[in-house]
Structures are given as C-alpha cells and as structure tokens.
Design a protein around this ligand. Structure first.
Ligand code: AMP
Length: 482
C-alpha cells in the first residue's frame, strides 16, 4: 500500500468538497475542491518540468493558498518539499540551493499555479513508502551552518494522526491559522490537523491582534507561538467574551511564560495548552486536552513517543546517554515514529545527534516529575528564540565579527516583553550601535539581526577560554525591561 502523506491527508477531506478549506479575513472562501484541483494541476506541472520522485522542490514565497497547493503537490508527485522563509537574504538562500540542489525553485506561487492551468493534472498520488522523504526543514546549526532535517512521509503521517487524535479535532472545528508556513508549526502541525479533520482554516497572512480578535467568534482552535498570546493580552478588547467561542488555544515553538499562562486564564477562563516540538521530530510532548494543563510544563510524550532524560550536563549529553533516574535534570532524548531520518547529506552530524542505541539527542534540558510530566529548563546550545523563530548565536556572531571596528562578539538572547527573547550582540570594539545594527540587517533576516548592540572591554570566559554566555545574559537581562 502506498504511504504517500498526501493520500493520508486527503482521506480526511470532507466528502462534500464544496466545503470551505480557507476562510479569508474578508469573509470570502476557497473550497476543498479548489484546493484539490490546484494540487493536481501543480503536481502535473512539476512532473512536466521534469520533477521525479525524490527530487527537491523549494518554495520561498509569502503565505498563500497557492503556497499550500505547491506543498501538497510536491507530496503528491513524490518530490521532497523544501520550504524557505521569505525573509532569507540572497546569501542565505544560495547556501540552501547549493546544499539541497532543488530541481525546482519557486518564488512566485501564484505564477506557478497560473502556469499549471495548462498542465495535465496528476490524478493519482505517486506511491511512496513510509520511509521515503517528504520534506527537508533547515534548522541553523550552532556552528553557523544550516542542517536539513529529513522528514519522511511516515514521520509526518504518524505525528499528524497522533495530534488530530489527542487534541480532539473534528469536522466541527474551525482552525485559526495565523502562523507562517515555512516552519513545521504552521506547515505541518496546524495544517495537518485541519486536513485530517476536513475542517476549514481561517487564513490570516500573518498574526495581527486586531485580525485575530475579529476572527475569534468564528474559530474554535488557535495554534500560536507565545508572542501571539502576549500580544492578544496586551489588547484590552481580548476578553472572556472575545474568546467565548474557542475550545482550545495551543502554544509552542518557544517557552510560554508562566505569567502569560496565568494572565490568559484570568482574562479568559481558559488554560493555554502548551506543547513542545522541534523540526527534527515535529511534536514530542503535549499537555492533555482532558486533564490538567500546568503552567511551565510541556506535558507528556505523545502516544508512540519514548522519552528519557539523559546526563546532567548539557554539553556532555551525547557522550553520556545513560538515563537519569529519580527526576533529575538532563537532556531530552527521544525515539519514535516521528523522529526524523537524519540530516541531509550530513551523516557526521546525524551520527553526532543520535546515541549508539538509536535515541535522538534533542539538546533541550529538562526533568520529568513523578507523574511523567516534562519540564523544560533551558536549551543546551544557547539557541535564542525571538518571536517564535530560532536564532542561532553563532551565525549572527560570524556576521558581526566581520563588521568594521568589531574585534569580537558574543550574541545572546535576553528577556523581551514582546518577542520572548531579544537578540543582543555584546561587542568588543568600537563603533556606533545604530550603524552596526544597520550593517547586520543588510546581511541577515530581520528577526535574526540584533535589536541592541552593547560595547564591552572584555568578555567573561571560563578556564578553557570559552565565553560564559550565562554571565552575559545575567548582566544584560534587563536591557529590554520597561
Ligand atoms: P524548531 O526546530 O524551530 O521547531 O525549534 C525547536 C526548539 O524550540 C526546541 O528544541 C526547543 O528548544 C524549543 N521549543 C519548542 N517548543 C517549546 C516549548 N513549548 N517550551 C520550550 N521550548 C520549546
């Protein structure tokens, strides 16, 4: 039997294909029939352009129904989908193109679908096995070089089916979709739940508190990053009544502050359901739908996911895979059907991140309580998450170190009231803060560029000469306060 993920997702589409798939802010709709027809034509055009099973199809475009059609068409014709953030600069994109060697690189989703009008539609999905690749998701590495996480049809199907089940999705739902679709959260987690239940999505090109507030009375579920929730809470119109039609608010991609969780409950009477995941395994743990959702905990491993806490020092995690017993803190390791196949063309990195006995080392530091709930306390590798996006300090440091007047830099994330964490460059050297920020912005996507640059005489180091970022984070923790 074919395990093509598109076939699996389409099995959830409503029998009446005239039902809405996308509901836009102006109230207009696009049906599941339109989605399906667009997917078949786009898949036909991909094949006409020589795309064969296993070939990569890259898309760097703004969020749109056409972009979704291209994603699903890539699955349908057996290609490997490669989504890219539209904010990436040419230099960043050049790297992905060289590394992934896409057969097609699409930047104009509407133009592609228009061209597909003339293509012979692909009626049946190309058969795939569970282990065939469905997508490559690039996650920047701490070394500054991006790694492509290879996700298979089986990985994505297993996760989608589990989430659809545990979050209680049904045809009666209306999913409020305000996330970007170049990242696993908006692309896989949110959309797959909607497709498997055949429910409509209220389709917002990006998050805006005003548009979300206007849509809430028609929605039942929203998925968001913590920033969505802090922004909603900052709007006085976000009240118990405004959220009254919603059955579920889900948060992930970055830690949800306990204060946000509590304020949200006070304001709406609802508890945000926090879950934890990553590109390499999609969703790993979730708070329960029925049962207590606890602030600060990311809940329990998903059905089928095995999770253990290993080692007690993050830096030695991969070398000491022995599980910690009795509620100790260590690095989360996982095994299960959604865990990715490895990094694209990078067997050395893949080998580094899996233990000898086959567990994936997530790099996230956590403990499990007596009930089995997981509590994340930090990130082993100093990853910064700003507005829900990952920023890898090393990549930013490499750019800043090249700027005139800079001798050395250390990039850290410190608490930011809006973004969760704000990117700060601590620099040895001389120059103007504004000029350095402007220069960095010319080479980096806006979310990666530092929001502040501070000049210091020296960086704190340990005996091995390694910069002590925890000390810097402590020293500058109030930079964005107030
Ligand atoms: P990405 O691969 O872009 O999805 O980023 C994955 C990383 O985001 C994880 O390894 C965690 O460090 C972090 N993350 C995701 N969800 C949560 C959460 N609920 N709480 C804390 N950290 C999270």
């Amino acid at each position: 039997m074919s395990e093509n993920l598109y076939e699996r997702l389409a099995s959830g589409f409503p029998e009446d294909r005239s039902a809405a798939c996308f509901i836009f802010a102006d109230g207009s709709e696009a049906s599941y029939a339109a989605l399906e027809a667009g997917v078949s034509r786009a898949a036909g055009l991909m094949i006409a352009k020589g795309v064969e099973p296993g070939d990569r199809v890259a898309l760097q475009a703004e969020k749109s129904p056409e972009a979704v059609m291209i994603y699903l068409a890539a699955l349908k014709c057996g290609a490997v989908f490669l989504p890219l953030n539209p904010a990436y600069t040419a230099a960043e994109v050049a790297y992905f193109r060289t590394d992934a060697e896409p057969k097609l690189f699409i930047t104009d989703a509407q133009g592609f679908l228009a061209e597909a009008e003339g293509a012979q539609p692909l009626a049946r999905p190309i058969p795939r096995t569970a282990s065939d690749l469905a997508a490559i998701i690039y996650t920047s590495g701490t070394t500054g070089r991006s790694k492509g996480a290879m996700l298979s049809h089986g990985n994505l199907a297993a996760n989608a089916v589990a989430l659809h089940e545990i979050w209680g999705f049904s045809r009666a739902d209306v999913l409020l979709h305000a996330l970007p679709i170049f990242h696993v959260h908006g692309l896989f987690v949110a959309m797959h739940c909607a497709f498997l239940s055949g429910c409509p999505m209220i389709w917002l090109p990006k998050f805006s508190d005003a548009e979300v507030l206007a849509a809430l009375p028609k929605a039942t579920v929203m998925m968001g990053v913590p920033t969505f929730y802090t922004r909603l809470l900052a709007n006085p119109a976000f009240t118990r009544e405004a959220a009254g039609h919603m059955r579920l608010f889900i948060s992930g991609s970055a830690p949800l502050l306990t204060s946000t969780f509590s304020e949200f409950e006070r304001r709406t009477g609802l508890r945000i359901l926090e879950r934890y995941g990553m590109s390499e395994a999609v969703i790993i743990t979730s708070n329960p739908l029925d049962g207590e959702r606890i602030a600060g905990s990311v809940g329990y491993p998903l059905p089928g996911v095995e999770l253990r806490i290993a080692g007690d020092a993050p830096s030695t995690a991969s070398r000491s895979p022995s599980p910690v017993s009795g509620g100790g803190t260590g690095v989360i390791q996982i095994r299960g059907p959604s865990v990715f196949a490895g990094y694209w063309r990078n067997p050395a990195k893949t080998a580094e991140e899996f233990t000898a006995d086959g567990w994936f080392v997530t790099g996230d530091v956590a403990r499990r309580d007596i009930d089995g709930r997981v509590w994340i306390s930090g990130r082993a590798k100093d990853l910064i998450i700003s507005g829900g996006y990952n920023v890898y300090p090393k990549e930013i440091e490499l750019v800043i170190d090249e700027l005139p007047g800079v001798a050395e830099s250390a990039v850290i994330g410190v608490p930011h009231p809006d973004f969760g964490e704000g990117v700060v460059a601590v620099v040895i050297g001389e120059g103007e803060e504004a000029a350095l920020i402007a220069a960095a912005r010319r080479q980096l996507a806006p979310y990666k560029a530092p929001k502040r640059v501070v000049f210091v005489d020296d960086l704190p180091r340990n005996a091995m000469g390694k910069v002590q970022k925890n000390q810097l984070r402590e020293r500058f923790r109030d930079l964005f306060a107030g």
